[in-house]
Design a protein around this ligand. Structure first.
Ligand code: ADP
Ligand code: MG
Length: 715
């Protein structure tokens, strides 16, 4: 029977040695087809081409050895609460001890009599003196039971798969060993590499010096003996590069098609006379920075075009993005359209509302606040809805409740999404589904390189506000241990006596039995006792909206000296008179969060300080974060470090962005490749908008983006 050659339709179950049982296990790894398997890459490689004898080992090197387990037991350290699983391996030339800390279950896996491979750093055994040891080494059991014969291979000798070569090591799942997985992969590569077709136009491959797809796939699974192991282990060999390129290219092709769709899409062409903007600039208590002016002009140009605007504004905390958004909303209002300002949290919505409603009302416009928990504020929900529907209200500030609920606008022309890098393609698609095609402006303080931003935010155009208002002084940051109370209390007194105000941020609202963290409620009591002359306020997420708004208003009016709070104040809160921030348990916060929090001070012309109070003991990573904060004010630097610590998935929350997952490429590591892929993709879509001349590629892109977005509209 002639099988369909499309490997993405070829169920993995029918591969020799898989069957229904193992197919289930493979599914857990995301592998259901032969194509999935090809793209399930080893996470590291081991050089077993040149196995050492134990007697030949050298301290400090990473080595791989094979031997028999001659003893295996769990050892309990007398004082500490540590269990160590220890085994001794004999290979005929000598003995080596393997140790696994706090993994007693290892006893069930590795047993006396088994022949195993160990790979790890060779250390000196502290007790034997002359002997060798490996701590937490990688292992593989060389047991042939449960192994099916590999008959497709020319030699039929499984020692060619697992030893005497550079072997791939795969992440596996319980019930499936690395060794079994490797055999399956070997079989797949052997029998199906000939079925691999290359969807990418040849000229693109040649222009960018990319190796062929079959060669790349074969090599990343079973590399030749003379490769550079380190480069393979980092996933940056020329073969990995080719596979990463493919993914990034598919991603960018999709983005290019979405963007092209936008250009064709009809939108509002705003044509303001400009009077409202003039009036707005007149009432501002400051002069706009050059960056703000430039970015506003970019927005204005977009708004005038007959297609929907999709623009991202990036600028570090405190650079003044809000006013630029207000200017855009004024343009919309002057042309008779409504605007919505959407933010991720209720407190930020409340803050924006408090901060901007004066300016907006002075312009003669009507603004309202709409969040999930509002019911009795100012007017009822019902009335608000009616006023929005009738067009009486010009600007709605709120959480994404605005688009999720059944709020009907008379004529929504502009949506501004603030402080949120997770609103992706999907959310905007949602808006469009409601039959509206407004201009969209996304604002974020997350500083990321341009191509990355373009990719993560999909099809957006991009503007940067790259200067802070001129009167700003950089915030000074200091690290204190929780025991150093005097200098901290003195600093608080000093600032308040100068007429300034203080934030004290806690990680949790209320103490609980689960943690020994200090809490905001506890903190408020302590500060009140310690500073009887100062006015102490408390704000957190469990306080009701109306009350929260009252507390923030009194803080703004300087009726509160010390505001004890949680991270509800993380974004958007703007009280320029506050010049000191204490972050309690600073060791518990992530970098971006610390940077956001610190962005709440230094917003006026006063010299400001941020005191990070850390509770011992904490680990190296926390120490690293705290030091980065003390040394840096630059959000870009901090974001880079954060990316490095957390990795891109966590950092960007790409899961929620509506983007396809990347399995091989890493947008940080492969940033350069991303640039190339983007250029090539946009180029190609320009020439061949629906990829009709590249059917293989069209098919691949469609599969890559499947379920995320309809790239190819039918009809
Ligand atoms: P972010 O970009 O972090 O959202 P905001 O828009 O909240 O920053 O602005 C921070 C503070 O700076 C606000 O108090 C705002 O009124 C003020 N501000 C904005 N633009 C200027 C400017 N050009 N000169 C002086 N202060 C400004
Ligand atoms: Mg802001």
């Amino acid at each position: 029977m002639q099988r369909d050659k499309d490997l993405s339709d070829f169920p993995i179950q029918y591969i020799r040695g898989v069957g229904p049982q193992r197919a289930k296990l493979l599914k857990r790894l995301g592998i259901t087809t032969v194509k999935d398997a090809f793209y399930y890459l080893p996470y590291r490689y081991e050089d077993r081409s040149n196995l050492k004898k134990i007697s030949e080992l050298r301290y400090g090197n990473i080595e791989t050895i094979i031997g028999k387990i001659v003893s295996a037991e769990i050892i309990q350290l007398p004082k500490k609460n540590i269990k160590i699983f220890e085994l001794i391996l004999n290979d005929g030339s000598g003995l080596l001890k393997g140790k696994w800390f706090n993994q007693p279950f290892m006893k069930k896996i590795l047993k006396v009599g088994q022949e195993i491979v160990l790979c790890g750093i060779v250390k000196r055994n502290p007790y034997w003196g002359f002997g060798f040891e490996m701590d937490n080494p990688e292992y593989e059991i060389l047991d042939n039971t449960n192994e099916y014969e590999v008959q497709d291979m020319k030699s039929g000798d499984s020692s060619l798969i697992h030893t005497n070569r550079i072997v791939p090591v795969y992440k596996v799942t319980s019930g499936l060993s690395v060794r079994q997985m490797r055999t399956i992969m070997f079989n797949i590569v052997n029998s199906h590499i000939k079925d691999i077709t290359d969807p990418i136009p040849e000229e693109i491959l040649i222009r960018n010096n990319l190796s062929s797809l079959p060669e790349s796939l074969a090599s990343v699974h079973f590399p030749d003996i003379d490769i550079d192991l380190e480069i393979f282990n980092r996933g940056v060999s020329k073969y990995h590069r080719r596979l990463s390129f493919d993914e990034l290219f598919m991603l960018e092709l999709g983005l290019a098609m979405i963007k092209q769709g936008k250009v064709i899409e009809k939108g509002i062409s705003f044509n303001p006379e400009g009077n409202l903007i003039k009036k707005l600039i007149d009432i501002l208590p400051f002069r706009l920075t050059d960056s703000q002016k430039r970015v506003f002009n970019e927005i204005l140009e977009d708004m005038k075009k007959p297609h929907p605007m999709n623009r991202l504004i990036q600028g570090d905390v405190g650079c003044g993005k809000t006013i630029v958004a207000i200017m855009a909303m004024a343009v919309a209002a002057e042309c008779g359209y409504q605007s919505a300002l959407m933010v991720p949290t209720e407190i930020l919505a409340e803050q924006h509302y408090i901060n901007i409603h004066n300016i907006i009302e002075e312009l003669g416009l009507k603004i309202c606040l709409l969040t999930g928990s509002i019911n009795t504020l100012r007017t009822t929900r019902e009335t608000l809805r009616n006023e929005i529907a009738s067009g009486e209200i010009d600007i709605v500030v709120g959480t994404h409740a605005i688009i999720q609920e059944s709020v009907v606008f008379k004529n929504l022309g502009l949506v501004v999404i603030d402080e949120q890098h997770r609103f992706g393609v999907m959310q905007r698609a949602l808006l469009r589904k409601k039959g509206i095609n407004p201009d969209v402006l996304v604002m974020t303080a997350t500083p990321i390189p341009r191509t990355l931003a373009l990719t993560l935010y999909g099809d957006l155009d991009y503007s940067v506000i790259d200067e802070l208002p001129p009167d700003r002084l950089p915030v000074q940051t200091f690290l204190f241990s929780s025991r150093q109370k005097e200098p901290v209390y003195n600093k608080i007194k000093e600032e308040i006596n100068k007429g300034r105000q203080v934030y004290v941020v806690y990680p949790i609202i209320e103490e609980s039995e689960k943690t020994d963290l200090r809490s905001a409620i506890m903190g408020k009591n302590a500060f009140e006792k310690f500073f009887p002359d100062f006015r102490v306020g408390l704000i957190h997420g469990r306080i009701r909206t109306e009350e929260r708004e009252m507390i923030m208003t009194s803080f703004k009016r300087r009726e509160i000296d010390i505001l004890v709070c949680t991270t509800v104040i993380e974004v958007g809160v703007d009280v320029p008179n506050a010049s000191l921030m204490l972050i309690i348990h600073a060791e518990r916060f992530g970098l971006s969060q610390l940077h956001q929090l610190r962005g709440r001070i230094g917003r006026g012309s006063y010299a400001s300080s941020c005191l990070l109070i850390a509770y011992e003991p904490y680990g190296d990573e926390a120490r690293r974060r705290l030091n980065i904060m003390v040394k840096n004010n630059d959000g870009f630097r901090i974001a880079e470090e954060d990316l490095d610590i957390r990795g891109p998935g966590e950092f960007f929350g790409t899961r929620q962005s509506g983007m396809p997952d990347l399995r091989i490429a890493n947008i940080i590591r492969d940033a350069h490749l991303l640039n190339i892929a983007r250029k090539e993709a946009f180029n190609l879509i320009n020439k061949d908008p629906y990829l009709n001349n590249n059917p293989l590629l069209r098919n691949a892109v469609e599969k890559f983006w499947k379920g995320k977005i309809e790239l190819f509209k039918t009809g």
